[in-house]
Design a binder for this molecule. Structure first.
Ligand code: GSH
Length: 344
């Protein structure tokens, strides 16, 4: 008998061998099953942030964060409409995940350590590299954050913006009065009503909020970006299959842009000889099956919402009213830092 078998005894060796050959334990994998049984994905979004998630008069949701959820729904059901959007304010968003009210949170939320280490969540990746900034009235004569001493700043409760604000001014021995409100709408209104001199938030949100102010052109965003705000989709801990599905759907959209695969050119991509493209769209390999889906999982998502660049330009980039330059969110091959691990 082999040495190890002698030491451990034959039954133990056989058990170990059988365990090694068994499929991976999927006991934590409840979310995908629940989503499929329910027939719709429940996605937590903001209560209305232009370009990221808004709802029109007919009740149709659109935006960058919304499209990501539609992409996941398409990957699962081959139908981007099979998603239910749940608007959440900053304070309610993480509890909604913890209590199983939503399957995924796609709501301008910053990936921070404590949100993973103490809230029991996991961020699946960075969909948008952001940073915190300041918006002021053009006629206030302020052109740098260093002139904000003594001013009143409006922010939102339960956000990283509120925390960074005090760090930033304390470190510079400056004092600002903070007016922390519950929703973005309340902050914007307070600012428009001149209850505060400054509005602070992630820069992408300042672009969105500026368009909703009574006089958008009468406002400027100061040059200082005081924090790192990597925004991305979050899930509950304890379901690796679901975590992988959300993460690789995001990465497939970024890889699709890098490989030049677009919604309109998907039929050509399926016939491509490029091995990276063949794996992405499911012509080669069984990557989709490994996620609990079908081979063409990524192709379904790309067909429905386009690649990362298409989602960006349509909602917040050149084709949108926000017109936010790609900046850090350009691909790593184009001078930015959006970089997706390979599908192989
Ligand atoms: N990225 C930051 C800020 C996120 C946040 O909730 N910002 C507020 C504005 S400061 C917002 O988006 N509100 C949208 C809403 O209430 O629907 C975080 O994760 O804490």
């Amino acid at each position: 008998m082999h040495f190890f078998a002698k030491q451990l005894g034959m039954p133990v060796v056989v058990t170990l061998l059988v365990m090694c050959l068994m499929p991976v334990d999927r006991s934590g994998a409840q979310t995908l099953k629940a989503v499929k049984e329910r027939g719709t994905l429940v996605c937590g979004v903001s209560q209305g942030l232009l370009g990221f998630s808004t709802t029109d008069d007919k009740g149709t949701a659109s935006g960058f964060d919304v499209d990501f959820c539609r992409g996941i729904a398409a990957a699962i059901f081959d139908d981007p409409a099979k998603v239910t959007f749940m608007p959440l304010d900053a304070a309610a968003r993480f509890t909604a995940l913890q209590s199983n009210t939503i399957d995924v949170l796609s709501r301008n939320s910053t990936w921070t350590m404590s949100r993973e280490s103490s809230l029991g969540l996991l961020f699946a990746g960075v969909a948008y590299y952001d940073g915190q900034g300041f918006l002021v009235r053009r006629d206030a004569g302020i052109d740098t954050a260093l002139q904000l001493d003594g001013k009143t700043v409006c922010t939102q409760t339960g956000t990283t913006s509120e925390l960074n604000l005090s760090d930033y001014f304390r470190a510079r021995h400056m004092t600002v009065k903070v007016l922390a409100l519950d929703t973005a709408e309340e902050s914007r209104k307070a600012f428009d009503d001149r209850k505060c001199d400054v509005l602070t938030s992630d820069v992408s949100q300042l672009y969105a909020e500026r368009l909703k102010l009574a006089a958008p052109d009468g406002h400027i965003i100061l040059p200082e970006v005081i924090s790192k705000e990597p925004l991305g989709p979050a899930v509950r801990q304890g379901d690796d299959q679901w975590f992988n599905l959300v993460k690789w759907t995001l990465y497939s959209l970024i890889n699709a842009e890098e490989l030049g695969v677009k919604s309109a050119t998907l039929d050509d991509a399926v016939k491509s000889q490029n091995p990276d493209i063949r794996r992405l769209v499911g012509t080669d390999g069984d990557f989709g099956e490994q996620l609990g889906l079908t081979k063409d999982w990524a192709a379904r998502a790309i067909r429905a919402v386009g690649n990362y660049g298409e989602i960006y330009e349509r909602n917040i980039g050149t084709q949108s009213r926000l017109s936010i330059p790609r900046g850090l969110n350009a691909l790593w091959t184009q001078g930015g830092i959006q970089y997706a691990p390979p599908i192989r």
